[in-house]
Design a protein. Structure first.
Length: 231
């Protein structure tokens, strides 16, 4: 929901205030080949403080849980939301209109930190903020979304990928915010000279080819478009 909608008296969405916390099973089992030496550039996601300031300035009553501060031997992996899979848009028919919306979702923000020293593997913790909605063709107030987390090297080769289920209960609302936590995502390093800047962590919904193409075109449908069906 946009800020202008909140100011005009539209009810704020329901918020999941107790985020799901899960220990990631994602572990790159293969030995990582020798990678380039650490670069001077710091390739990291936006800081947690920046994200918290932005969230507090919005019209939601939601702040992602704080992540523990870490002292690292080098920069963290770059964490980003893959554009092609950043939004989930499910329609009842072939017509792309607000009246045909079943369920929608958008990955809004990611806060991440990491920890490693000497030749230890890199341990990453993340909090992911989802904005989810149900439209006129939704058949239930409950929906389980599926998303994935992938680790790649800087040459874009996928080293490991894992899928996660995100159960959501909309209650009487047609939209909600949910924070999901991924803990202890482990990335082995070939040696102490390999820094986190050699890796990327990508996040996205499990989308169909049609959804991915719609995302690539930049077409947008507001999550609060239409009137949600009764649960």
């Amino acid at each position: 929901m946009s800020l202008d909608a909140a100011e005009n008296g539209v009810p704020c969405p329901a918020v999941e205030k107790n985020p799901m916390r899960r220990a990631s099973r994602l572990l790159i089992a293969l030995a990582v080949a020798a990678l380039a030496a650490p670069t001077a550039a710091l390739a990291q996601s936006r800081s947690e403080q920046d994200i918290q300031r932005e969230l507090q300035s919005r019209a939601w009553d939601q702040t992602p849980p704080r992540l523990r501060g870490q002292v690292n031997a080098g920069p963290c992996p770059y964490v980003k939301i893959l554009y092609d899979a950043a939004r989930y848009l499910e329609f009842a028919g072939d017509r792309l209109s607000a009246a045909e919306v079943v369920y929608t979702g958008e990955i809004e923000e990611v806060a991440a930190n990491c920890s490693y020293r000497d030749d230890d593997p890199i341990s990453v913790n993340m909090n992911i903020l989802f904005h989810l909605g149900r439209g006129p063709h939704a058949t239930s107030a409950q929906r389980t979304y599926r998303y994935w987390v992938a680790v790649t090297d800087r040459n874009a080769a996928v080293l490991a990928k894992e899928y996660f289920d995100l159960p959501v209960d909309f209650g009487a609302s047609d939209r909600t915010y949910v924070t999901d936590a991924i803990e202890n995502l482990v990335i082995p390093r070939a040696s102490a000279t390999v820094s986190g800047s050699n890796f990327e962590i990508l996040i996205g919904f499990d989308v169909t080819p049609e959804m991915a193409e719609l995302n690539r075109t930049g077409s947008r449908f507001r999550i609060d478009a239409g009137v949600a069906g009764q649960p």
